[in-house]
Design a protein around this ligand. Structure first.
Ligand SMILES: [Zn+2]
Length: 388
């Protein structure tokens, strides 16, 4: 065992007591900074951390149980809900259009879905995934761009409405989680990131969502709002972004940016844009991301070019994230990932070309997510059971 300064052997009676400087020198000579013994120490430290984490998880799980949980994913157009078992399987489902009237209408709908699903299943907890900033206590949506929620105490609002409907509460706790965190957690527990303790999940939808899992924990940041990768500036002074900035990553590598590139081609009357126009019913303004992706998968050269360009931008951003976080795997999910290798091939190439210290470091894997559109509700349900 390596002892630190101050832990040296106790001096015998009559022996000269070493000065503090001598003790520090002696301690330094016994403590290699690098090399085999330091590595052994690091492994021991990690094992102790993991053992502590296991105990905390066991305590949480003992409190809440490992039973069925309800997961709810609030999307811009649909609210998807499901009953999820401990293996991440969805055993019952319900789905509605997202009400656009008011935040309260959305809360009423969530309570309705919880009541409906809990009528036939005994559930231990409820998890709600919402786009936007969720506070560190995971009860309040601080800001949601699409749903007009501002400091909305969503957990309380939903629990109150469920009690009003059923005359009882459902499950032992209700949890609110950022939707990208929820989806990432599902991929970590049951999908493409299973068994990878250092994981980054990037969700390519209309924008870019992201989340980091480190040693089996979601990294939420000091204020609960980490992982907004889509607004890292990749091109100073570049394309305008809804966030008010310019040159954000999601302006170059998202469903919206693919749609915009597709429309540009179609508007210009390019002879190469024939398939894009056909997919949008002849109207260049109706070209959206999914139209471009479908045309690319069908082999249309113009659409393939747009998707490949997007893949390269994706790779550049991933290289930046690798420089900051050094994960073992990047999992790419969201609707845009339907393009598969058409997107991921160029992303890997560009990642390797841009990576800091390339050729002198192990490289992260870049893989496609596995759980598809269920990831958000599965992750929210699982997190509500006391994980993550
Ligand atoms: Zn932005």
């Amino acid at each position: 065992m390596i002892t630190g300064a101050g832990d040296g052997p106790r001096p015998r009676r009559g022996e000269a007591v070493p000065t503090p400087a001598e003790r520090r020198r002696a301690a330094r000579s016994r403590q290699p900074l690098f090399g085999e013994r330091a590595e052994v120490d690091e492994v021991r430290r990690l094992r102790r951390l993991q053992a502590g984490e296991r105990l905390r998880r066991q305590a949480r799980r003992a409190m809440i149980g490992d039973g069925l949980a309800i997961g709810i994913d609030i999307g811009g157009t649909k609210v998807a809900a499901g009953v999820v078992d401990a293996q991440g399987r969805v055993v019952a489902r319900a789905r509605r259009d997202t009400p656009t009237r008011s935040p309260q209408a959305v809360e009423d709908l969530i309570a309705e879905l919880v009541a409906e699903l809990s009528a036939h299943h005994d559930v231990v907890s409820v998890g709600i995934g919402a786009a936007g900033f969720v506070d560190a206590t995971r009860s309040t949506v601080v800001f949601s761009p699409h749903l007009a929620w501002r400091d909305e105490p969503l957990r309380e609002a939903v629990e109150m409405r469920v009690r009003a409907r059923l005359g009882r509460r459902v499950g032992r706790r209700t949890l609110v989680e950022n939707d990208a965190n929820a989806a990432a957690w599902a991929e970590y527990r049951f999908g493409a990131g299973r068994g990878e303790p250092r994981l980054v999940v990037i969700t390519l939808g209309t924008g870019i969502g992201g989340a980091v899992v480190n040693d089996g924990r979601l990294q939420r940041g000091r204020h609960g709002i980490a992982g907004e990768f889509g607004h890292m500036v990749l091109v100073p002074g570049g394309r305008r972004c809804e966030c008010g900035g310019r040159g954000c990553w999601e302006q170059y590598a998202s469903g919206n940016s693919i749609g915009r590139d597709g429309r540009e081609l179609a508007r210009g009357g390019s002879p190469f844009a024939h398939a894009l126009l056909a997919g949008a019913g002849g109207d260049p303004e109706a070209v959206r991301g999914p139209v471009v992706t479908a045309a690319a998968l069908a082999g249309d050269p113009a659409a393939v070019e747009v998707v490949e360009d997007t893949g390269r931008w994706l790779g550049t951003g991933i290289a930046n994230l690798a420089a900051a976080l050094d994960p073992g795997t990047f999992v790419i999910g969201g609707g845009v990932s339907d393009a598969g290798e058409l997107l991921l091939g160029p992303a890997r190439e560009e990642f390797r070309r841009t990576l800091t210290g390339r050729g002198h470091r192990p490289e992260a894997r870049i893989v496609r997510a596995r759980l598809g559109p269920d990831a958000g509700l599965v992750g929210a349900a699982d997190l509500s059971r006391g994980w993550g």
